[in-house]
Write a protein that binds this ligand. Structure first.
Ligand SMILES: Nc1ncnc2c1ncn2[C@@H]1O[C@H](COP(=O)(O)OP(=O)(O)O)[C@@H](O)[C@H]1O
Ligand SMILES: [Mg+2]
Length: 335
C-alpha cells in the first residue's frame, strides 16, 4: 500500500505554517497576500507580500486576509491556500502521492467558512482534508498528554486572537477566545507614539518595538529604542527615542484583558480538573508567548506554574501535522 504524506497547515492570523511528518516545518510565512486590485490576481504570498505592506502603488494592495481572527476576505484566503498548496506540492512532489491534510482553522471561522477552507484545500490536490480545533493542535504540538483524562491548559496568544482552553481526554472542556493579541498590542504602540510624540509609525515598526522593548507589567531593566516615523505637525520624517517603560504601559491594558480571559477560564473549570491545573499549570503557545516578562508576570498573577511551549510559534503547526495519528489513537481508545 502506498502511504500518503501527512501534512498539517496552521492557518494563523499572523503566520501560516506547514508541517510535514517526514520533513518537519516546510513553510513558515506571514499570512499576507499582495493582489492587483484591477485584475484580482495574487502577485505574492508571505514574506514577499509582507514587505509590501504600506509601500505599494495604488493598484497593488498587500492584505492580511485573516486579520482579527476571522476570515476577513474569504476569496483571498482561498487563493492564498491554493498558492501555498502549489508551492509545497512542488517541494514535496505531491503529484505522485496525494497528501492527507489537516488544517487548523481560525477559531472565528463559521461553519460555512470551515467548509470552504476544506474545499479549497481539497481542490488543490489533497486526498483527505480534516479540520482540527486550534487549542487541541497547540496542545498536541506542545507535547501535552491530550489523550489522558487530565486538565491541559493552553493559552495561545497569536496575532488576532488569544485563545484559552482546557483540554482533557482529546477534547475541549472549556474555551475562551478574545480578539486581543499581538495585533492589538501593535496598535496600542502606534496610538501611544502618535499621542505622546505626534509621530506616525506603521504597524510593522510597532511590531518591532513590541518584540524588542515591549514588556509585561513587572519590574525590568529599562531599555531604549530609536524609532522613525512621520511627524504629524511638519509632515517630515523624524527620529525619536522610546523607553521600554512607555511601551510597557501602552500595552498593559491589552495584557490585562489576556489575564482576565485566563482567569475566567480557570474559574469555570470543572472542580475535578482544577486540582490538575495547580500541579501541571498552564502552557503558553503562539508568538505572543515570547513577549518579555510574560511568563513571570502570568505566574505571579494566576499563582499556578506557567510554562512556555518549546517552539511557541510552531506548536499549532506541529500539533496539526501530528494530530492524525493522535486522532487515530483516541478513536481506538474510545472503542
Ligand atoms: N518575540 C516576540 N515578542 C512579542 N510578540 C511576538 C514575538 N514574536 C512574535 N510575536 C507576535 O506573535 C504574533 C504572531 O503569533 P502567531 O502565533 O504566529 O499568530 P497566529 O497564530 O495568529 O498567526 C504577532 O503579533 C507577533 O508580533
Ligand atoms: Mg496561531
Amino acid at each position: 500500500m502506498l502511504s500518503n504524506a501527512e501534512i498539517g497547515i496552521d492557518l494563523g492570523t499572523a503566520n501560516i505554517l506547514v508541517y510535514s511528518k517526514s520533513k518537519g516545518i516546510i513553510m513558515n510565512e506571514p499570512s499576507v497576500v499582495a493582489i492587483d486590485v484591477n485584475t484580482k490576481k495574487v502577485l505574492a504570498v508571505g514574506t514577499d507580500a509582507k514587505s509590501m505592506i504600506g509601500k505599494t502603488p495604488g493598484n497593488i494592495v498587500a492584505v492580511r486576509p485573516l486579520k482579527d481572527g476571522v476570515i476577513a476576505d474569504f476569496d483571498v484566503t482561498t487563493e492564498m491556500l491554493k498558492h501555498i498548496m502549489t508551492s509545497i506540492g512542488k517541494k514535496m512532489g505531491f503529484s505522485l502521492r496525494k497528501p492527507s491534510v489537516v488544517v487548523c482553522t481560525p477559531s472565528g471561522a463559521t461553519s460555512v467558512e470551515r467548509r470552504a477552507i476544506q474545499d479549497a484545500v481539497k481542490h488543490s490536490g489533497a486526498k483527505h482534508v480534516h479540520l482540527i480545533e486550534e487549542p487541541v493542535a497547540a496542545a498536541i504540538g506542545a507535547d501535552l498528554p491530550v489523550g489522558e483524562p487530565v486538565a491541559n491548559v493552553v493559552v495561545d496568544i497569536g496575532g488576532g486572537t488569544t485563545e484559552v482552553a482546557i483540554i482533557s481526554y482529546g477534547g475541549v472542556v472549556s474555551c475562551n477566545t478574545i480578539r486581543v493579541a499581538g495585533d492589538k498590542m501593535d496598535e496600542d504602540i502606534v496610538q501611544h507614539v502618535r499621542k505622546a510624540y505626534n509621530l506616525l509609525i506603521g504597524e510593522r515598526t510597532a511590531e518591532q518595538i513590541k518584540m524588542e522593548v515591549g514588556h509585561a507589567p513587572i519590574a525590568h531593566d529599562t531599555r531604549e529604542m530609536e524609532i522613525r516615523g512621520r511627524d504629524l505637525v511638519t509632515g517630515l520624517p523624524k527620529t525619536i527615542t522610546l523607553q521600554s517603560t512607555e511601551v510597557q504601559s501602552a500595552i498593559q491594558e491589552s495584557l490585562l484583558s489576556v489575564l482576565e480571559a485566563i482567569r475566567s477560564t480557570l474559574e469555570n473549570c470543572p472542580p475535578e480538573l482544577s486540582g490538575d491545573i495547580v500541579d501541571r499549570g498552564v502552557i503558553l503557545t503562539g508568538g505572543g508567548a515570547l513577549l518579555n516578562g510574560l511568563q513571570q508576570w502570568l505566574s505571579e498573577e494566576i499563582v499556578v506554574p506557567v510554562h512556555i511551549a518549546p517552539n511557541p510559534l510552531e506548536s499549532v503547526a506541529i500539533g496539526t501535522g501530528k494530530s492524525l495519528s493522535v486522532i487515530d489513537k483516541l478513536q481506538k481508545a474510545a472503542k
